[in-house]
Ligand binder design. Structure first.
Ligand SMILES: [Zn+2]
Length: 380
């Protein structure tokens, strides 16, 4: 195995395998060798990525697609990927974020959705906070729809950085309401950047005022299992899982971003849905059924997560693993929103940004691969 391939797999497994940095199929990793980009397939977790999984794509074909405005008839990222692919890898689709991996010149590129850094990226004051905390060591990119628009936005931000400073763009890119990209030419270089940005943002959060206390409605352990079960039955789901401590109790106040305002990042929409159903601590089975029905009318889809503010969070899934991912992704969002509000003011995705992800075919594919018992035979 090439040394660079070994280094990107180690970055993916060691850093991406930590839920502080990525969960489920989120984030991706790539390495450039002799004009070929070897990138993680869509839906495969960074934690378990192996060298054999990497999809090889010709970089010059990807860069042509990034610059070209020729209409291609369907999703331009898929068309570019099909044209650029050197050989088939078990029918796997490469990550939808191939274009920004291709345009960053460093050999190793790691893209993460980290909880600490997202307190900064999911923030109304994001650009100012980035300057204060990371100075000129990061490029900031406002939220943009994934695929070609995001890659072009990153390219523009890198070029603007160089025009302003006279230096090449640095190895850290902050993506508003999304995550980070860290790049370099060795494992140590990339790992050091991830450590340093995480520690500096964490120190800024710790130096900010503690979150205000929220009310905690009393709910007995018997009632806890009952409401979770009533939610499962109301949705006809196979599995339900719940959390009544830590973030689920302390960061789920009625005004918290993911409770009251909307989703923070695309992964939250993919795994937990854009909004939870908000329930009273005294909700009966009939109340929960009615709340689910109201939710369906309002949002045109079923809820995945329910919240009793200040008490607990529960999530359904077609498998135990799916319910766990939905719950944990939502708890991640509660933590990010709490810390974003400490640093400044949380920014949630707006309606346009949200609808794009809710209706995006590529995200449905990713969710499908994540659920698939046999990951080599996904049905798109
Ligand atoms: Zn991403």
């Amino acid at each position: 195995m090439s040394d660079l391939i070994a280094q990107i797999i180690r970055l993916a497994n060691e850093i991406g395998g930590n839920t502080e940095f990525s969960r489920a199929g989120g984030g991706n990793a790539s390495v450039k060798i002799d004009g070929v980009l070897h990138i993680k397939p869509s839906g495969v977790p960074l934690a378990t990525l192996e060298a054999e999984d990497l999809v090889p794509l010709r970089i010059n074909v990807l860069l042509d697609a990034l610059r070209s405005d020729d209409p291609v008839g369907k999703d331009p990222v898929r068309v570019a990927a099909e044209k650029a692919q050197v050989r088939d890898v078990n029918g796997r689709r490469p990550s939808v974020e191939i274009l920004f991996h291709a345009l960053i010149p460093d050999a190793l590129v790691l893209h993460l959705h980290p909880l600490t850094a997202n307190a900064l990226t999911c923030n109304q004051d994001g650009p100012a906070l980035a300057r204060r905390i990371l100075a000129d060591e990061a490029v900031w990119v406002d939220y943009i729809d994934p695929g070609v628009p995001l890659a072009r936005g990153i390219l523009r931000a890198r070029e603007a950085y160089t025009a302003r400073t006279g230096r090449p763009a640095p190895g850290i890119t902050l993506l508003g309401n999304h995550g980070i990209i860290v790049s370099g030419n060795s494992f140590d270089e990339v790992a050091a950047l991830v450590d340093s940005l995480t520690l500096r943002i964490m120190a800024a959060v710790d130096a900010s005022p503690a979150p205000a206390a929220i009310p905690h409605p009393e709910i007995t352990p018997e009632r806890r299992s009952q409401v979770a079960e009533d939610f499962r039955v109301a949705l006809g789901a196979a599995n339900v899982t719940s959390s009544w401590e830590g973030l689920a109790r302390e960061a789920s106040g009625p005004a918290a971003g993911p409770v009251a305002l909307g989703p923070l990042i695309p992964d939250q929409i993919v795994y937990s849905g854009s909004f939870p159903v908000v329930l009273e601590a005294t909700a009966t089975a009939a109340d929960i059924k009615a709340a689910v029905s109201t939710f369906r009318t309002a949002h045109g889809r079923d809820p995945i997560v329910a919240v009793i503010p200040g008490a607990g969070v529960f999530a359904i899934g077609s498998s135990a693993e799916g319910a766990d991912t939905a719950l944990n992704t939502y708890l991640d969002a509660l933590r990010v929103a709490r810390d974003a509000d400490r640093l400044g003011k949380v920014r949630v995705m707006d309606e346009h940004e949200r609808h794009f992800i809710e209706n995006w075919e590529a995200e449905a594919y990713r969710r499908q691969v994540a659920k698939s018992p046999s990951p080599t035979t996904p049905s798109p």
